[in-house]
Design a protein around this ligand. Structure first.
Ligand SMILES: NC(=O)c1ccc[n+]([C@@H]2O[C@H](COP(=O)([O-])OP(=O)(O)OC[C@H]3O[C@@H](n4cnc5c(N)ncnc54)[C@H](OP(=O)(O)O)[C@@H]3O)[C@@H](O)[C@H]2O)c1
Length: 309
């Protein structure tokens, strides 16, 4: 098969689109012919060597955490899926391998792709949806009528988060540069703050929940806009050694566990019209270096989706 092989830690030049061996599905796994994969910021962070504790990369390593494709082969003991089924999903924690024409993955991590959902849409909603649902529902425990501030609404996770929080009945405030305001309002944001023009700490206060997708000083400053008893969940870290400085709020770092049940939920939300796909920019898998450089700008609206076949 063709795949993107990461030969070392480093810049985008360590990625080469080459021929390599097909994976072989173990017991409980399926072999998937991948149609679309996506670029997540974690990919270039792993490439740069910043995640050595989380991903044990033996070179050559194949990056990529989410995909949509078609089951090509069943490993021993797999039931409930058949060859030819269209599926999408997220690789197990610490595992990668979606920048490739084929992937061997535990069958129970896959969800069936609805017919109406394209492979590009399914891949774009997989890790983003999983992350946003776990963070907002399970960690923040967001309730109807509460106000949530979502830092970074225009990105891959953010656009799902805005729609999901709105679907849960929350009042949704989010931050983005001015060019993304109409987009975010179309996804259901009640208020959008242009972080280049307005200091968000002057625009909002006493919110019930903050979902932080930006991290750093943005997170530290977000502690102050929570009401007493408020909760903040983050997927992008605060600065090293940062102090919360308040004992009346909760700061949570969600463990984004993998499970096919979340893919089934994404499919339902999509089919019910509660979640629509993000803006998608498709790039061929062979142009992975350019795709990484684009993602690393930190200003992609929606998702970069890799066309595999
Ligand atoms: N399992 C996990 O824990 C997990 C899973 C997924 C993601 N993450 C992490 O979560 C973070 C977000 O991921 P993502 O995929 O959503 O990233 P992304 O798609 O690359 O986010 C890009 C978006 O961030 C916005 N942005 C940049 N600076 C901003 C600022 N100062 N304030 C508000 N918005 C800003 C940009 O909008 P503008 O152009 O308008 O600035 C852009 O649309 C990353 O750090 C990622 O590594 C963690």
């Amino acid at each position: 098969m063709k795949a993107v092989l990461m030969k070392d830690f480093g810049g985008a030049e360590v990625l080469d689109f080459e021929e390599t061996d097909d994976p072989i599905p173990a017991a409980g796994q399926v072999l998937v012919d991948i149609h679309r994969a996506t670029v997540n910021p974690a990919d270039w962070k792993v490439r740069e060597g910043r995640r050595r504790d989380a991903v044990k990369a033996a070179f050559p390593h194949i990056l990529g955490r989410d995909f949509s494709g078609v089951v090509a082969e069943l490993g021993d003991g797999v039931s409930g899926l058949s060859v030819g089924d269209a599926v999408f999903g997220v690789t197990d924690t610490g595992q990668e391998g979606c920048y490739a024409e084929r992937l061997a993955i535990r069958a129970d991590l896959c969800g069936r792709k609805p017919d109406a959902m394209s492979h590009a849409e399914a891949a774009a909603l997989a890790l983003t949806g999983l992350t946003a649902m776990i963070s907002i529902e399970e960690y923040l425990g967001l309730k109807k009528g509460e106000t949530i501030l979502i830092q970074g609404g225009a990105g891959g996770v953010g656009n799902f988060a805005v729609q999901f929080a709105r679907h849960m009945g929350a009042h949704v405030v989010t931050t983005a540069s001015g060019r993304n305001h109409d987009y975010l309002k179309s996804l259901g944001a009640d208020e959008v703050i242009d972080y280049n023009e307005t200091d968000f700490t002057e625009a909002v206060s006493d919110v019930d929940a903050v979902y932080d997708l930006i991290g750093g000083e943005v997170q530290v400053r977000s502690y102050g806009v929570l009401k007493s008893g408020g909760r903040l969940a983050w997927n992008a870290p605060p600065p090293a050694g940062a102090e919360v400085g308040r004992d009346d709020i909760e700061v949570l770092h969600p463990n984004v566990a993998r499970d096919g049940k979340y893919m089934r939920r994404i499919a339902e939300l999509y089919s019910d019209g509660a979640i629509r796909p993000p803006e998608i920019r498709e790039m061929p898998l062979s142009e992975i270096r350019a795709a990484h450089e684009l993602s690393a700008t930190g200003h992609v609206r929606g998702k970069i989706v890799l066309v595999v076949r």
